[in-house]
Design a protein. Sequence first.
Length: 499
Amino acid sequence: MNHKSDMHVGGESDGRAVPAKCPNKDGMSSSAEGAEGRRPTKENTAQTTASQIQSWGNALDGLRRVREAAKRDKRLRFTALLHHVSIALLSNSFYALKRAAVPGVDGLTWQVYETDLDKRLEDLHSRVHRSTYQALPSKRAYIPKPDGRQRPLGIAALEDKIVQHAVGTVLSQIYEEDFLGFSYGFRPGRGTHDALDALWIGIMRKKVNWVLDADIRDCFGSFSHEWMVKFLQHRIGDRRILRLIQKWLRAGVLEDGEWSETEKGTPQGSVISPLLSNVYLHYVFDLWVQHWRTHRITGDIIVVRYADDMVLGFQHRDDAERFLQDWRGRLQKFELELHPDKTRLIEFGRFAAISRKQRGEGKPETFNFLGFAHICGQARKNGKFLVLRKSIRKRLLAKLKQVKDELRRRMHQPLAEVGKWLKSVVRGYFNFHAVPGNFASLQCFRLEVSKRWLRVIQRRSQKSRMSWKHMAGFVKQWLPLPKILHPYPYLRFDAKHPR
């Protein structure tokens, strides 16, 4: 790709390239005092606090200028970005990490690193800017999937997480101006329910008769490192930033004490992985499908992508089949492939039920997306077509199994303590699943949690006389009642997208 110009962003407001300022050392005394060995006075302490605020303000101003430049010129290559990774930004990234996260191969926890944080960040900042910083391999871990299989995760070392978060914050200023509207997931203000709303609105308002439910096989683990760098170079001309990313990609994985090389992909669980995956799919899928639907389509089409999960709706079956064939070829070029068991083209939409009935076939098939089964249904009041969303049964059962296992572990804890924990579990489940039309699933979840709690209480003692009648009081006290918490998709979608 040809580029219009290169630019050093982060200088003065007139856009001139200037040397990067050395940011103030958060919480540290001035260099003069350090050289003379004097203890800071109260006035100096106040100045340090003011300098911290000023340093973070400068960091925010720099990020804002990067975003403005990216918005102004969509073909601009940024040749000087690393100076935005300041001590203030590293500090902000550190406090953005999860406190209770499992440590990586370095064994460092968040709490340990916080002790003497200023000196640690100053040293880390120095190593990053002197190019002596080395990425450590990720520690392999596994988490169970709803289908019983294990999902591999890569747990990065703490300092790698800090630097990845800081670099990701800088790069996001650029790519948030490039990413397209149907791209969701791991983006600010574009989460799971935003994607669900967009899909619901698309099916309800467009002429959708066929739905392509697609999933890329091992997407995070299959990215080509070579293509990843090429894609990044369209916007990133700072070689130091590119070298940092290549270090993370090549750091490898440590499992059972043995190191293995990562020739492709990026570890799931890595802080930088979501952004890199969105960049990769932006060039492999988003831009391509945008061009495809403006040049090759004969009817309506809708597209919603959440990370590596895609759902597309088509008016005509011929368009859908032609798209699927072209898409397979497109992915193969970039060393990706569709999952054969998770990619389906189904008849779905306002006319699906009638068409299938005329052909003597059963009800329209359903498809799953982001935790919900999507069903062709009817509104109770007028009988018009309505997309219904129900919690996926497999995931509901998997969550109940987790609750059961944890209840057994907490068997001999006080009832109030267990009740407090269950309250947070049920409330968290409702916060995600309480969408219009899913009330029965919420009731089912609360009831099944109550039953499992009763069984555990009864097993605490052979003489336990706890009955369901007695249990009802604890359930009423601790478990929230089911309630729809999310608005209808069109209300939230139209509020966010007035156009």
